[in-house]
Design a protein around this ligand. Sequence first.
Ligand SMILES: Cc1ncc(COP(=O)(O)O)c(C=O)c1O
Ligand SMILES: N[C@@H](CCOP(=O)(O)O)C(=O)O
Length: 493
Amino acid sequence: MASSSPATTFLRSSPPYNHRSTTIKCTSSQVPTTTLDNNSHAKQPSLKPFTAKYVPFNAVTDESHSLDEIVYRSSTGGLLDVQHDMEALKQFDGKYWRNLFDSRVGRTVWPYGSGVWSKKEWVLPEIHDDDIVSTFEGNSNLFWAERYGKQNMKGMNDLWVKHCGISHTGSFKDLGMTVLVSQVNRLRKMGKHLVGVGCASTGDTSAALSAYCAAAGIPSIVFLPANKISMAQLVQPIANGAFVLSLDTDFDGCMKLIREITSETPIYLANSLNSLRLEGQKTAAIEILQQFDWEVPDWVIIPGGNLGNIYAFYKGFKMCQELGLVDKIPRLVCAQAANANPLYLHYKSGWQNFTPITATTTFASAIQIGDPVSIDRAVYALKNSNGIVEEATEEELMNEMAAADLTGMFVCPHTGVALVALKKLRESGVIGKHDKTVVVSTAHGLKFTQAKIDYHSNAIEGMNCKFANPPVEVKAEYGAVMDVLTKYLNKAS
Ligand SMILES: Cc1ncc(COP(=O)(O)O)c(C=O)c1O
Ligand SMILES: N[C@@H](CCOP(=O)(O)O)C(=O)O
């Protein structure tokens, strides 16, 4: 809870964001209001309204908090979770929800054109549409990795890559940030004294936070570990006008500081410790089911760092099962870089006592995290989905990223980590040739061009860059060009 002392030194910078002026109203000629209007059920007085509240995560207690409270931890210091009134949601069967969600895909009706807000009743049911800050995030491509699966994964023919990184700020963080910043917008309109929103970041959370805050005119403050994030990620919050602090520590050090500072000031915490974020991120799981016409994949593989996302996926799948949209959930795999593998070590120890580590440098820099805040959530998700944890060395992850790129993708090193996990589980026979499998690609490859340049220049010390493809320097003369071209064409044929 924010204390009042330093609060008075902060000024409110701008009026609260209001989307009313650009709201596109749904008319009956566009789509039936029964499928698009989230409040249609509320017009039937006998029905329970959809609501949600904070409760302590995985604990038996009466404690609960309104989502309009500023609270990140339970009274005993544990994690929180957003709990929906499942009885209210169960007033409608699985078919109703499937049809409702399907009816909203690809529309422009505010706010349902967003992949997140198309599931509004399951996300933040009580927020007013005018308070929502959205870039119509989500609805990302579920790419059939046909050639990659056949060539690189021992003949797999049902392999898919969920491109969550092809999005507004280039990572899956947009899904969570639209929810968090919308709630902040609502709180500010309600008169709550919140002068800004802050996060610690390895690059993607800060990019999403600063963009959504800039869209809403809310100040954002980001703590970045100096020299540990890519240039593209650094420039994103700078361009969006965030107050950027580059700190001489690692991500875990930044996280510790932002937690202290947000507990002492009216700056709202935007990291995934804040369970609101996961409500948006869970919609990627629902979207996958929807893209498969509600057929459940056998496996979903997710790169893990601070470990909020693995739980978000679990929660999305579980809600679909509990509400009758599907009858089972996939097995989850969390993939970590070997240089930042506290969850992997914990899993290998048979879930004995968890010990944070000091993560060392990895090309998968956004998951260079040694003390993940959502460790309990991740363990819960994995135990309840018969899950597995795998790891990838630097050489493995870079080669796998490059191998995927050679089949037409352009993935980030974190996706490389997830692909290595898949490869290991294919080689051990745990994942079968015909298993329907989704690899979650978490960020856009363009954020990591320097890593790719180093790889393709063979400039990484000690690494066998199997697929390095450096440009050929050649004189701008017909003969010289023909010589190298002929050699290339002979080799290729
Ligand atoms: C690109 C990318 N992939 C994966 C992750 C891991 O997500 P999580 O921290 O929720 O485990 C992050 C952030 O940590 C990320 O930025
Ligand atoms: N990869 C993240 C690390 C912080 O994770 P969060 O989900 O807790 O915000 C980043 O991009 O900052």
